[in-house]
Design a protein around this ligand. Structure first.
Ligand code: ATP
Length: 420
C-alpha cells in the first residue's frame, strides 16, 4: 500500500498537483507547494464547502480573521499552556520524536536508528513563534495561529451584532493554520502549514446532543455526496475520555483509510462554552455553547486523491467527481498540422473556456492524449476531426467508461454543465 502512496506522490509532482517546497534549494522538510492542478482541486473543494455550509444555509455566516492575534488570545484559550505534544529524544541518533507515536507505531524503537533509549518526555508547544516589530524580545512575541477557531470566538459579538443572528447560528472560516509538528510526514497529511475549514456553531447547552448528531450527519454527507468518497473508506471514531482536548466534552474523528493507515481526516467536537467563557466576552446573560465541525483542506485533497486513484490496464485514472476535477473538459484537434482543424478546435475551446476550466492538447496520438487527461481526472475529452468541419459534430469521450459518442457542438456546453 505504501507503493500506492509513492505512485500518488509521483503523479502529483509529474502532473503539477503538488511540488516539494523550496525544491531548488534542497527543499524544506514537510513543506509542499500546490501546482496549477493542485490549486484548482483545492479551490474547488473550498468553494464547494463554502457554498454548502455558508451560502446555502441561513444559519451560518462567514468571516476571514487575521493569522496573527494578540497573544492574550492564546493564553485565554489554553493553547500557551495546553497545546503541546510529548517530546522525547533518541539518545543514540538524537532524533526528536513524539512519545505517543513511538509507542503506538514503532514499538518504542527509534524509527531512524532502532535505538531503544530515550530522554524523559517533555511537553513541546506546537505554536510557531515570531516577533512583532524590530526588537526580538519576549515582549514582542506573537504566534502564528494553530487553528482558525479563535478568530470566530473573539469576533463572536461583532458577528452577532452585525448579522443579527439568534441561536442557534454558526460562524465559518477558511484559512491557514500553523503547527510546529514534532513528527510531520506522510506527504501532505501532517504538515507545518495547512488550511482549515471550520465552523463554530453556537447553541443553547441543552441542545448539544442533537446538534452534534446533526453535524455528524452533515459531515458524512459532505464526504459521500460532495467529495464522492466511498463509505467503506472512512469510519467515525469516538474519542476516549483520556484523548479529549482540554476544551472538549465529546469528540469524534472521521478517519480515512489512507495507504499508510487509518488516520484522522476531520474532527467534530463539543467545546462547551469553554472558549467564550475564557475570552470573558461581555455578553448580556447567556454564554452560548458550541459544536465545532473542522475540516482540513490538505487532508481532504489527500483523501480525495487516494479515493479516486485507479490503475486500469494500461491507464492510470483519477476518478474525481466532475465538480472537483481541475479541468472539466479537454479539447483536441485530431491533427496539429491541419490549420482548418486547429481553427475549428480553437473555436470550440473558446466556447467552453467561458464556462469551464478547459485543457488544450494537440500533441501525439489521440489515445495518448486520452490517457494523459485520465491521469489528471478530466471527465470529458472532445476531438475535432474532418467530419466536424462538415456537420459541426465532435467526438465526446467519457473518462470513466472510455466510451465515445458523437454530439453536436451546439449542445456540448449544456452537456458538461449538467454533469457539474
Ligand atoms: P492529529 O491528531 O492528526 O494531530 P488534531 O486532532 O491535532 O490532528 P485538530 O486540532 O482537530 O487536529 O485539527 C483540525 C483539523 O485540521 C484536522 O482534522 C485535520 O484535518 C487538520 N490538521 C491538523 N493538523 C494538521 C497538520 N499538521 N497537517 C495537515 N492538516 C492538519
Amino acid at each position: 500500500m505504501e507503493d500506492k502512496m509513492q505512485k500518488i506522490i509521483s503523479l502529483c509532482k509529474r502532473r503539477g498537483f503538488v511540488f516539494p517546497g523550496s525544491e531548488i534549494y534542497g527543499g524544506l522538510a514537510n513543506t509542499w507547494d500546490y501546482g496549477s492542478l493542485g490549486v484548482e482541486l483545492s479551490n474547488n473543494i473550498k468553494q464547494l464547502w463554502w457554498k454548502r455550509f455558508v451560502k446555502d444555509r441561513e444559519d451560518v455566516v462567514g468571516i476571514s480573521s487575521a493569522i496573527l492575534m494578540n497573544p492574550k488570545v492564546w493564553e485565554a484559550s489554553g493553547h500557551l499552556k495546553g497545546f503541546s505534544d510529548p517530546l522525547v529524544e533518541c539518545k543514540k541518533c538524537h532524533s526528536r520524536l513524539r512519545a505517543d507515536h513511538l509507542r503506538e507505531n514503532y514499538d518504542n524503537k527509534c524509527p531512524n536508528c532502532k535505538g531503544e533509549e530515550f530522554t524523559d518526555e517533555k511537553q513541546f508547544n506546537l505554536m510557531f513563534k515570531t516577533f512583532l516589530g524590530p526588537v526580538d524580545d519576549e515582549k514582542s512575541v506573537v504566534y502564528l495561529r494553530p487553528e482558525t477557531a479563535q478568530g470566530m470566538f473573539v469576533n463572536f459579538k461583532n458577528v452577532q451584532q452585525t448579522s443579527r443572528k439568534k441561536l442557534p447560528f454558526g460562524i465559518a472560516q477558511i484559512g491557514k493554520a500553523f503547527r510546529n509538528e514534532i513528527t510531520p510526514g506522510n506527504f501532505i497529511f501532517r504538515i507545518l502549514e495547512f488550511e482549515q475549514m471550520e465552523i463554530e456553531y453556537f447553541i443553547e447547552e441543552d441542545s448539544w446532543q442533537s446538534v452534534f448528531e446533526m453535524w455528524q450527519a452533515e459531515m458524512q454527507k459532505w464526504l459521500v455526496e460532495a467529495l464522492g468518497i466511498k463509505k467503506e473508506n472512512f469510519v467515525i471514531r469516538e474519542h476516549e475520555k483520556s484523548e479529549l482536548s482540554h476544551y472538549s466534552k465529546r469528540t469524534v474523528d472521521f478517519e480515512y483509510n489512507y495507504p499508510f493507515g487509518q488516520k484522522e481526516l476531520y474532527g467534530l467536537a463539543y467545546r462547551t462554552n469553554f472558549d467564550l467563557t475564557a475570552h470573558k466576552l461581555d455578553l448580556d446573560g447567556y454564554i452560548p455553547h458550541v459544536i465545532e465541525p473542522t475540516f482540513g483542506v490538505d487532508r481532504t485533497i489527500l483523501a480525495v486523491l487516494c479515493d479516486a486513484y485507479r490503475e486500469e490496464g494500461e491507464r492510470v485514472v483519477l476518478k474525481l467527481k466532475p465538480t472537483l476535477a481541475p479541468y472539466k473538459v479537454a479539447v483536441f484537434p485530431l491533427l496539429a498540422n491541419k490549420p482548418e482543424l486547429v481553427k475549428k478546435a480553437r473555436e470550440v475551446f473558446n466556447l467552453l473556456k467561458n464556462d469551464f476550466m478547459t485543457a488544450w492538447d494537440d500533441r501525439g496520438n489521440i489515445g495518448k492524449r486520452y490517457f494523459s487527461q485520465d491521469e489528471i481526472g478530466t471527465p470529458y475529452c472532445l476531438t475535432i476531426d474532418f467530419d466536424t468541419l462538415q456537420d459541426n459534430t465532435i467526438t465526446l469521450r467519457d473518462r470513466d467508461t472510455a466510451k465515445q459518442e458523437r454530439i453536436s457542438i451546439s449542445v456540448v456546453v449544456d452537456f458538461v454543465k449538467q454533469k457539474l
